[in-house]
Design a protein around this ligand. Structure first.
Ligand code: AMP
Length: 492
């Protein structure tokens, strides 16, 4: 099966019903099938060969989605670029992926063989042949390249195949969204280049419309959720925190959401609890990564009990998960080690990085996630931190997330990033940068931690910053926090 088969079938089955909605523009299932055929044919007619990479730099919207799935039908490999990143970052990814073509809105960040400005798309669609576009590829051939967040170095491209994408859809339909039906409505509030994009096909195949917001604002989100009767949405934790800060409770509790899926980064327990109090038991947590897209474990709405709010959930039905020690032995409940996963959705390899692939992917298909976690007695995964972020102070492991969670319980602390700084006596010492919502002295925050954290975990330094460095998808960049604090610090 190919991705195009899903689109063609949805076109036949759901015909004139709305498949994509973006403000005043509505595209039906049959039109979406026809548009992707036309554009796919036009791209092939311009000389692109199946298997070649096409970078796409487009804001959230219908055109971007048409481009993505036209590429799939034409057997071309899509390389989505995040509009929030800089021209420099885009140029790096275009060069690294060896893209032959670039479809872009705005100023192109680099020159490649075939340049297609967004304004040219209507012309291409008019001239493209209306025949079925159906370049059949092997299920292991690359369908898309997804760049990692780059929180630990230069971003690497994760090579995902048609088989991976189909498995991702199957994972969602089996566990996360088993009740999708034509009356369901997906509201894309986050960039479809990232997590939200994974929700597109599951809704399409079940005849449900995908509503796309070009930009996220909490007011715009609430208005669209109300207008279209949104049943599903995806947010990163920062967006949930904004929604709860900026909108009033009555507005939120009136929404018809059945699933507010969230993930991509840890969420503060108090934010989550407030969300549940206002929106009801609709929160579903996803733990995944670019290498195993969005499906390693999930915490279902009915599993969000107070004692389990910070758990990442249980493995998806068709996904294996293990926690292993340094020697590779699988660990039982309570023991801390690295999370590994295996399943039909895990990446083929890192694009043109055999060394990184060999370090990450075992020959039997197990993928090292780089995350540290433990099982609890009931089989729920608890994530402690990224392996590379663990601080070792006086021989003890400190998981920055645990310290950040403690800091976030202070009423004045809005955001926190905890890092290790070099220390002559202890090897590393714990330091924190925080953003506050009201005036508070740094020392008060240091003291606040004293009866909440063991001595070796307590931040020795707390700095109050106006904002924390984040990646274009909102992930906290601890590496930058550490560099900035280390440059300013005098070694103790
Ligand atoms: P990326 O590949 O950029 O999507 O980043 C994936 C990483 O984000 C994972 O390896 C985790 O460290 C983190 N992450 C993803 N989902 C969650 C979650 N639900 N809770 C905590 N951390 C998460």
């Amino acid at each position: 099966m190919q991705i195009g088969d899903l689109i063609r079938r949805a076109g036949r089955q759901f015909g004139a019903a709305p498949a994509l909605i973006d403000g005043a523009r509505v595209v039906s299932f049959a039109e979406f099938d026809a548009l992707t055929d036309r554009l796919g044919n036009a791209l092939l007619a311009r000389g692109l060969e199946p298997g070649e990479r096409v970078a796409v730099l487009m804001p959230n919207g219908i055109d971007g989605v048409v481009v993505y799935y036209a590429l799939a039908k034409a057997g071309l490999v899509r390389v989505p670029l995040n509009v929030r990143e800089t021209a420099h970052e885009h140029a790096y990814k275009i060069a690294d992926s060896q893209a032959c073509a670039l479809v872009y809105a705005g100023t192109p960040p680099a020159e490649v063989e075939l340049m297609i400005a967004a304004e040219e798309l209507p012309g291409l669609l008019d001239t493209g042949s209306g025949e079925v576009c159906d370049v059949r590829r092997h299920r292991d051939d690359p369908l898309r390249l997804a760049y990692t967040g780059g929180t630990t170095g230069k971003p690497k491209a994760v090579e995902l195949s048609t088989g991976n994408e189909l498995a991702e859809v199957a994972n969602f339909l089996a566990d996360l969204l088993p009740n999708l039906r034509p009356e369901s409505v997906m509201l894309h509030a986050a960039p479809i280049t990232h997590g939200s994009g994974a929700f597109f096909l599951p809704h399409l195949v079940k005849g449900a419309p995908n509503v796309i917001l070009s930009k996220f604002s909490t007011a715009g989100f609430v208005e669209s959720a109300r207008t279209y009767g949104a049943t599903t949405t995806f947010m990163v934790p920062t967006m949930i925190a904004m929604l709860l800060e900026e909108r009033d409770g009555a507005e939120l509790s009136a929404l018809s959401l059945e699933r507010l899926c969230y993930g991509g980064a840890p969420i503060a327990a108090n934010v989550l609890q407030r969300g549940i109090d206002l929106l009801g038991p609709v929160f579903a947590q996803l733990y995944g990564q670019a290498e195993a897209p969005l499906a390693i474990t999930c915490l279902q709405p009915w599993e969000h009990t107070p004692q389990r709010l910070t758990a990442a959930g249980k493995p998806y039905t068709f996904v294996e998960v293990e926690i292993r020690d340094e020697a590779g032995k699988a660990l039982g409940a309570g023991e801390v080690g690295e999370v590994l996963t295996r399943g039909p959705h895990t990446m083929q390899r890192y694009w043109r990085r055999p060394d990184a692939t060999a370090q990450t992917l075992e020959s039997d298909g197990w993928l090292h996630t780089g995350d540290i976690g433990r099982w609890d007695d009931e089989g729920y995964l608890h994530l402690l931190d990224r392996r590379n972020d663990v601080i070792i102070s006086g021989g003890f492991n400190v998981y920055p997330r645990e310290v950040e969670d403690a800091l976030l319980t202070h009423p004045a602390v809005l955001e926190a990033a905890v890092v290790g700084l070099p220390d002559q006596k202890w090897g590393e010492r714990v330091a924190a940068a925080v953003v506050t919502r009201s005036t508070v002295a740094a020392q008060e925050i240091v003291d606040f931690c004293a009866d909440r954290l063991a001595g070796f975990k307590r931040p020795r330094t707390v700095e109050i910053w106006t904002d924390l460095p984040k990646s274009a998808v909102g992930k906290s960049l601890r590496r930058e926090v550490r560099d900035r604090m280390a440059a300013a610090a005098t070694p103790e």
